[in-house]
Structure formats: C-alpha cells, structure tokens
Design a protein around this ligand. Structure first.
Ligand SMILES: Cc1cc2nc3c(=O)[nH]c(=O)nc-3n(C[C@H](O)[C@H](O)[C@H](O)COP(=O)(O)OP(=O)(O)OC[C@H]3O[C@@H](n4cnc5c(N)ncnc54)[C@H](O)[C@@H]3O)c2cc1C
Length: 232
C-alpha cells in the first residue's frame, strides 16, 4: 500500500547511459573520434566502462556526467518539501499551479510524522487544516481569484511536479538530501528518486549516497555519528 510520502516514478532516462558517459570520458583523452569510441568494442564492456568512469568522476571531471538527463513524476509532497527541492538551481521543474488549479474542497496536505505521533496535536492539526480550507473556499466563492486565495494555504498543502536534472546534479542532491540532517520528507523523496534510477542502473548505487559516504567524513555541526567528523 502506498504510504503518505512522495510517489515517485522515473519517467525518462537515456537508454545508453553508461556508454554515453564512457564516450565523454574517452573523448577527452583519445586521438579517436567520439563516434568511433561510441561504436568501438570497449564501449560494450561494462566492467571496463565502469572502471574508467569511476576514475574520471572521482578525479572531479564532472562534465562527463552532465550529459545524462533524467526526469521524475513526483506527487504527494508538501509545499515545504517542494520548496526545498526547488532551491537546487540545476534542476528543471513543472509544478502544479496554485493559480490555475483551484481547490474545490478540503485541500490535500501532508502531516509530519512528529505531529502524527501525537493524537491530541494531530486532531488540532487536522482541525486547523479544515478551517484554512473553509476560509480558502470562502475567499474563492466570494470572487477572490485562486492566485490570491492561495495566500492562506499552508506549507503542508500537497503538490506535484515533473522534475528533471542531470546526473551530476542528482549526485549532488543525493549527497545533501540523503544526509540524516536533512528533513525526513525530502530525504524520503530523494531516496525514492535515487532508488528508482538505481533499480535500472545498479552501478549508480555507489554514487547516490549521503555526502559522508562519498567523502569518508561528516562536515555537519551536529553529526549523526555514523562517520568520523571532519577535523577530529
Ligand atoms: C540540511 C539543509 C539545511 C538547509 N537549511 C537552509 C536554511 O536554513 N536556509 C536556506 O536559505 N537554505 C537552506 N538550505 C538550502 C541550501 O542553502 C542550498 O540552497 C540548497 O541545498 C541547494 O544546494 P546547492 O546550492 O549546493 O546546490 P544547487 O543549487 O543544486 O547547485 C549545485 C552546485 O552548483 C554550484 N552553484 C550553483 N549556483 C551557484 C552560484 N550562483 N554560484 C556559485 N556556484 C553555484 C555550487 O557548487 C552548488 O553546490 C539547506 C539545505 C540543507 C541540505
């Protein structure tokens, strides 16, 4: 059964991801043409391609992975979560508009686990959402356009979007947002984005990790303790 968190589907990715990155890597160091590299035998050998890609990427030669663009259909996230996601400047978004899509009844919203866990506060939270909804409807029924009535909608209101990004940015996103210091909702969202891609491209599991796993240390003020803290 679907839980309350993000629904994520990978809707687009290049078929020949590994070969494209390999060709980009080899092109930099070979006298051969990119087309010959792309079509040559070694570009069919996954192990060989992965070895070179790992070497090139770990040396910081990131343009080679910018050729890979992936897109996700995302729904069931809060505006609080989407606001964090859209801070990533190398991503592209098409998000459900609160100007053009008018709420017709109680708007959908996401209740954080910490509130869900407290029945008394959860009841008050639901009551508050219901009051907000009533006021929103009062505004729109009295001729206030949705683009202005939305001013009363909370961060908890649900949203959906198509989000696209290249592999370099996805690795960066994973490094930041899979960290236990990131908020739970965006952590789950990004984990689902990464898992959806890893299920089709298993070799990416070593890259789509929190930054501490990538760098071998934690640089956060309040470390969760799973990795040595930088400078200690
Ligand atoms: C745990 C956590 C807590 C946070 N708390 C807050 C908060 O309290 N307040 C707040 O405002 N934000 C907060 N943020 C958001 C954070 O400041 C960043 O805006 C967000 O994580 C995007 O990261 P980024 O800039 O590295 O990545 P992206 O925008 O995805 O860019 C990727 C990389 O591209 C390069 N880049 C992009 N744009 C530029 C540029 N203009 N100049 C130079 N280099 C650039 C940088 O190397 C950057 O790391 C938080 C983020 C996290 C993960």
């Amino acid at each position: 059964m679907q839980d309350k968190y993000a629904q994520v589907k990978l809707i687009s990715k290049p078929e020949n991801m590994l070969k494209t990155i390999y060709t980009a890597c080899r092109t930099c160091y070979s006298a051969d043409s990119p087309l010959n590299i792309y079509e040559c035998d070694s570009a069919q050998d996954n192990e060989k391609m992965l070895k070179l890609i790992s070497k090139v990427v770990s040396s910081g030669h990131y343009s080679t992975i910018e050729h890979i663009q992936v897109s996700f259909a995302i729904s069931n996230i809060s505006r609080a979560c989407s606001h964090q996601l859209v801070r990533h400047r190398h991503m592209s978004f098409s998000q459900k508009s609160q100007r053009y899509v008018k709420e017709k009844g109680q708007f959908d919203y996401l209740t954080p686990d910490t509130i869900d866990a407290n029945p008394e506060l959860k009841a008050k939270f639901d009551e508050f959402m219901s009051k907000v909804s009533e006021f929103y409807l009062e505004l729109t029924q009295n001729g206030i356009p949705a683009e202005d009535a939305r001013s009363v909608l909370p961060n908890a209101a649900s949203t959906s979007m198509v989000a696209s990004l290249n592999l370099r940015e996805l690795i960066h996103l994973a490094n930041l947002r899979l960290c236990t210091r990131a908020q739970k909702e965006i952590r789950i969202l990004v984990k689902r984005m990464c898992d959806a891609l890893i299920s089709e491209e298993p070799w990416l599991k070593d890259y789509l990790v929190p930054k501490c796993e990538r760098f071998g240390f934690c640089d956060e003020d309040k470390s969760c303790g799973r990795m040595p803290v930088k400078g200690n």
